[in-house]
Design a protein around this ligand. Sequence first.
Ligand code: 26Y
Length: 805
Amino acid sequence: MEMTKEEFKKELQQRLKEKYAMDINDASSQELYNVLGSVVKAYYSDAWSNTWKDYLEDGQKQAYYFSIEFLPGKMLKSNLLNMGILETVEAGLADLGVSLDELAQVEQDMALGNGGLGRLASCFMDSIASCGLPGNGNGIRYDYGLFKQRFVDGYQVELPDEWLRNGNTWEVRKESKAVDVLFGGNVYLAEDTDGQLRPVYEGARRLRAVPYDTAVLGYQNHLVNTLRLWSVEIPESEEDHYRSIEDRRAFEDLTAVLYPDDSNERGRQTRLWQEYFFVSAGVQSIIRYYLRLNKPLDVLNEYVAIHINDTHPALCIPEMMRILMDEHGMSWEKAFNVTVKVMSYTNHTIMAEALEKWPVALMKENLPRMYQIIEELDRRFVNELTICYPENPELIQRTRIIQNEQVHMAHLAIICSHSTNGVAKLHSDLLKEVVLHDFYQLFPERFNNKTNGIAQRRWLQLANPKLSKVLDQTIGTTWRKTPGDLKLLQNYVEDQTVLDQLAEAKKSNKQRLASYIEETTGITVSPEAIFDVQIKRLHAYKRQLLNLLHILKLYFDLKDDPKKVQESRLFIFGAKAAPSYTYAKSIIKAINEVANLINNDPDINGRIKVVFLENYNVHLAELIIPAADVSEQISLASKEASGTSNMKLMLNGAITLATLDGANVEIRDAVGDDNVVIFGMTEREVYQYYERQDYVAKDYYDQSPVLQRILNAFVDGTIPNIYFEGREIFDSLLKHNDEYFVLRDFDAYVKAQEKIDGLYRDQHHWQQMSLMNIANAGRFSADDTMMRYAEEIWHIEPVEQYSKK
Ligand code: 26Y
């Protein structure tokens, strides 16, 4: 893929004429963006169809990553980067008086995900392609992405995210690849003319799944994989069956919205439909493609690997069984054998409320054939276990798929796949030892760890050009392709010139963020302050509240002693709360009110500032992360499966302030105790509390005047305008005994923050720590993570002509 600047300029102007009959000077940013998009698409279209043809001709084994969420953010710049023409295009546009950065702003963030899990899926897609691996994504094309967050009087308000309003340049509708998906009705087995038992459907609804394909470009390797997202339509032949308007709506709305619901029960029925819809469409299209290879279905696992990203796509299992048996006449035993070899599953949480269970009645009514197959999977599993462990009926009860009239999706996924992995060492150990211990005993060889990773291309090369430039000048450019080479930076830990350059890059990123803050919130902040950042979904276990309590402590300290020696701090929050998660919304309101109180208090005079940025999303993350000094990773130990913002912040030189949870443990191992600040209970101590059941939060309050003052501020009017929210938060800690041990870890957190303050004062040393973090972040490369999935789970290999040089 070669293109000179002049060729690019000509092409752009030509297309602008064709499409809008306009010259550059007359075109709006949107028009220019659209045309630029079509130039870019034309540029990779050959590589896209070649990749596809190569896979087909070589009968290449391919992986399919099924995920109910994908969160790629904006794609223009990353596509240009991966094609190797970012600089050419930027310069060409500049010649024409157009700024690429401004054009890039026109693109709507593709936010078809809630948070970590969806963003991980997108980093993985990028890495699969960049490693030259044959792998594709499969998901849902939601008409509305994750809600847009606004603050009104400090409260979160949710607005629809109409990301498709101006069209989506990157997608291609593939009408000819549409498939039908059946819902509801009755299903019974009857003998067919050939004597085989086949299901007969009565009164089922038939919906059409239409795929929209998006190219996933590898980093400068000419490989283009596919992200296939499905949208629902009502087939013309079926229109009569949808009698009332409400009835029709219910089905038409199937792919309307992403459920902003990573914590609770609302919207669950539609979610079940969504799950089956994209799973059925995806598996059908895989089988359709496979049949073109003219291979027998019982060796499907030699050509296809299907990955189940959390349990949401776990219906892949019964759906694959259905297709193999009902449509291709395979026996149960053979179908099961092949299905297990094809499927693998990642667990992303140990939080009990997020482990999916579906009421039997709901599943029977909406997905009758799926339910029949699941019931039979359960029956056979119970039979087998009864033979192997006749003395242990409790084990069977605990592990079976159907329990208490509910289908346990994680059990289904583990029992019917060949691999179950956690997303960080600690998390995977907890799965084996505690959460999924029974299954580990039954299938020890299935359990493994794959620590998450991030795409350095997006989170360093694109998001932080300033730092990237310093790196290029210092250690050469190989880190761009091989993030492990960042390690070379360690040789410069005593080099004052390099340390100064790193500091300069950080400062300039802080200025960029400071301007954004000023523009969007009107709050003036100083780039000299410590930028202390907590960005992630708002959830009690992530303990944004602990951060807030510490802010209040600093505030009261300064009120009492205005001369107190303390570095200036800017506390930055970015977080969305699930719309029905009242407690999380109360925390948002409280943070916003504390921000108002402190930012406007003349006694404080700007020495502490608190900014809660609206609408945290991928794009905002790209702006915040390069500017961060401190990375807050303070979840209660054992609760955060991995975390990935911790990796992104470290990569950009922030110092991690963390509990020993999720991947924080591995960050500490990577940088050493001297380059990270760890505090709080370990996961072992947390479990000891659970066993002994002897945590009394109120004791901490009773014994600490500092905590009394801080907590009372929530209910005595010190923090204004939080009459209900303040009481709710106060009660959660003292009346409901502080589920996430905020008060237990408070003192340790304060000390850790004091340590940060002291460390920052020694700027030379701080820069050295920062350098060590950047240098050791290469080990969290999603490229490496994907290579491990490829080798150890999917058994696929890089395609030679596209593999990394
Ligand atoms: C079933 C429904 C309630 C549900 C919806 C979404 C349950 C869970 C989720 C999403 C979970 C999620 O985002 N988990 C995060 O996955 C990241 C990637 O592995 C981890 O880094 C992070 O610790 C984990 O919370």
